[in-house]
Write a protein that binds this ligand. Structure first.
Ligand code: ADP
Length: 437
């Protein structure tokens, strides 16, 4: 480009010199220079007009024909224009492909802006949620999805777990919503039809609840007869009496299992519909401590209670009692006689903690991730002696989920274990709530 400009400059200087010399030979060098400069300027002006016309014509026509500097300018502009057109077409293709692929997804994909207003959704958004392009774009999402559970979930901003609710657009359909925050507060929402999985899960829960419930009556009858037989046969038939007492032990274990299964299925089904009330934590833990001392006859553990926070939480007292008792009972069961067990209630920067620490056998770290699964046992050889149901920690986990809390387990083989229930600060009972309670 600069080469052409230099040539153009040189040509202009030569032209001026020719004009000046020609004019000088006639006695009018100024007029000679003017006579060559004016046509040059006019030529330049016409080229500029050509350029302006071509630019005004958009990208439809080819650039004007020219040589030298102007030819180079036109060529460069033409090449750049062509390359921009290529880039635009590539971007358009990417957008079309992205739209086609999101439209092919069976889940609804919705984008909302920082204010929660609908910006974009795919075809499944129209099918599953009934959004209409003409009327709904720019509307606030909570005006269109009015289920109070969705509004609470959407506004709370805690999207760690997905939300499952029945669709208000199609009856009998259950939708799972998962929200992801991106950019500067925009949100991407994926809504999935989980009706089949939901129904299967419901069937499983119903089955377990029904079987457990149905087992209760025959178990009560069996236990009743066993007790009567044991009372009457004690002295006369020592061998039979031993057998009966083993049967009674197993009947009691089955009863515990049925009760735990029923409690678990209740915890699973009542996930959203419970009202939490202020629970006096110090009082609750003192009761659990007293119960633990009463159970502690045979092993003679040293069981301590340390309460260093006077804060209470909003919760379901019976559920919390069951969860904390399970942890304490486990500590009693899985530690050798004369172990130290400590129950703690304290608060720190991260929230409030109920903790059970023991210095028993501990748990191999490989088992920790699966400890809260139903019927999972870290040590198969130990459980037949302890008589546990294998559901204790699953119950603890579910109770804590209800309270937006979580269970942390720290354990080392041969050293002991610490089970910590961590409650978020938002669970704390405010003074105004206390006076209502
Ligand atoms: P279980 O009815 O068998 O006690 P849980 O769900 O309460 O069922 O506990 C699961 C497993 O975790 C137990 O079988 C045991 O192996 C292990 N466990 C729980 N608490 C402790 C503890 N304090 N010390 C050592 N092992 C423990």
């Amino acid at each position: 480009m600069f080469k052409e400009w230099n040539i153009e400059l040189n040509q202009f200087i030569i032209l001026i010199i020719i004009g000046a010399v020609g004019g000088w030979s006639l006695g009018y060098p100024g007029i000679g220079v003017a006579l060559v400069s004016v046509p040059y300027c006019l030529w330049m002006l016409f080229r500029t007009r050509d350029l302006a016309r071509w630019l005004a014509g958009g990208d439809k026509s080819d650039p004007p024909e020219s040589t030298g500097l102007w030819g180079q300018i036109f060529d460069n502009l033409y090449q750049q224009n062509k390359s921009y057109k290529g880039q635009i077409s590539n971007l358009q293709n990417i957008i079309i492909r992205a739209q086609q692929s999101t439209n092919a997804i069976r889940d609804a994909v919705i984008v909302v802006d920082v204010h929660g207003n609908l910006e974009w959704w795919n075809d499944a958004g129209t099918r599953l949620l009934g959004f209409q392009l003409k009327t709904d774009r720019g509307q606030n999402l909570t005006n269109l999805l009015r289920d109070p559970r969705f509004i609470r979930y959407f506004d709370a901003g805690n999207y760690q777990r997905p939300l499952e609710i029945p669709s208000s657009h199609q009856s009998g359909v259950v939708l799972q919503f998962q929200v992801t925050v991106f950019g500067e507060g925009e949100r991407l929402i994926v809504a999935r039809d989980v009706t089949r999985v939901h129904n299967l899960e419901q069937m499983r829960q119903d089955f377990v609840a029904n079987v457990s419930h149905e087992l209760r009556t025959p178990l009560t009858v069996i236990k009743g007869y066993l007790e009567t037989f044991m009372d009457n046969l004690q002295q006369d038939h020592p061998q039979l009496s031993r057998g009966l007492s083993r049967m009674n032990e197993q009947a009691l274990r089955m009863e515990a299992l049925v009760n735990d299964l029923l409690l678990l299925s209740r915890l699973e089904t009542e996930q959203n519909e419970r009202v939490l009330k202020p629970v006096g934590m110090a009082r609750l833990l003192r009761q659990i401590h007293t119960d633990a001392l009463a159970m502690n006859d045979s092993k003679q553990h040293n069981i301590q209670l340390e309460i260093s926070s006077d804060l209470d939480i909003n919760g379901d007292e019976e559920e919390l009692r069951s969860a904390f008792s399970n942890l304490v009972i486990n500590a009693i069961k899985y530690t050798p006689p004369h172990s130290n067990i400590t129950l703690r209630w304290y608060d720190d920067d991260n929230g409030l903690c109920m903790e059970v620490e023991d210095d028993g056998q501990g748990i191999d770290p490989q088992h920790l991730p699966r400890l809260t699964e139903r019927f999972y046992r870290a040590d198969q050889s130990r459980h037949s002696k302890t008589g546990g149901t294998g559901l204790g920690l699953a119950i603890v986990k579910h109770v804590l989920i209800h309270h937006n809390a979580k269970l942390d387990v720290y354990s080392e083989l041969g050293e002991g274990s610490i089970f910590t229930c961590r409650f978020p600060r938002k669970c704390v009972v405010k003074d105004t709530q206390k006076s209502v309670a």
